[in-house]
Design a protein around this ligand. Structure first.
Ligand code: ADP
Length: 243
């Protein structure tokens, strides 16, 4: 655990250092050699803006992760309309999906019960998963988001209802050896590509911690050349009058 903590701090510092070095470099250039160069100034400011945005994303993700970890032992207990959450995420991400040429198909039964959890955290789960499906799966041109209700057997022989959500893309998929490590902080299959796409390497780690906090389940399935399918399950409100 201590080694992981040390690695984490080293990784986080390194991820922040790169854009920071770039910002410092451009500030120096703008003060010196490019002082009178109007065109260069515009270009440099655009790059600086991107680097600042990258630092902001990383800091936001680090803060999210630490907030979730801090509360991991407290099970969230609000009533959450998952169907509505997913629709909000899809609406918000629509411009990015359109730009990437990815059609998002959403399916959910009309009578899906509510989940028990924290709305903003579940929002983040779907935001990260759908964002990845667009970023990495864009070659497949479509992504599916499917919600269903499942009854999960419990240790005492009874069953409990769970909302099951699957986010599937038809992109290049992920080689088998990487799959078990994807939820590690800063683990990326292709770090350059992730950075180019604005990734922090923390998205799936955040998803895993949120799902743990909900006492849910997370499963990643992927086949090279076929695509990736990520399933999450979170507890649902028991329907009707059975108990
Ligand atoms: P990132 O910010 O890099 O996207 P994530 O934690 O969300 O970080 O994902 C970790 C890595 O898992 C990504 O860098 C990418 O290599 C891989 N990955 C995640 N989702 C997919 C997907 N749908 N298809 C292919 N690769 C994926």
């Amino acid at each position: 655990a201590e080694q992981m903590r040390v690695d984490f701090i080293a990784n986080a510092s390194h991820e922040l250092k790169t854009p920071l070095a770039s910002l410092s470099g451009f500030i120096e250039t703008l003060r010196g050699p490019a002082k009178e160069d109007e065109a260069a100034r515009e270009d440099f400011l655009t790059i600086m803006e991107e680097q600042a945005a990258r630092m902001k994303r990383l800091i936001n993700d680090l803060l999210s992760l630490s907030r979730i970890e801090l509360n991991e032992h407290v099970v969230p207990a609000d009533i959450v309309d998952v169907d509505g959450v997913v629709k909000d995420v899809i609406d918000g991400i629509a411009p990015i999906a359109a730009q990437a040429g990815v059609a998002i198909n959403f399916q959910a039964p009309d009578d899906l019960p509510n989940a028990i959890g924290a709305r903003h955290e579940l929002f983040q789960v779907f935001q990260n998963l759908i964002d990845n499906a667009i970023k990495y799966g864009r070659a497949g041109k479509k992504a599916d988001v499917v919600l269903s209700l499942e009854q999960e057997p419990q240790d005492d022989g009874s069953t409990s209802p769970f909302i099951c959500a699957v986010v599937r893309d038809y992109g290049p998929g992920i080689a088998r050896e990487h799959v078990p490590r994807l939820t590690e902080r800063f683990y990326r299959v292709d770090p350059d590509m992730s950075r180019r796409e604005g990734g922090t390497g923390l998205g799936l780690a955040i998803v895993k911690h949120i799902i743990n906090r909900h006492r849910g389940e997370l499963e990643i399935e992927s086949r090279v050349g076929e695509g990736t399918s990520i399933m999450v399950k979170v507890p649902a409100v028991s329907g009707g009058d059975s108990d």
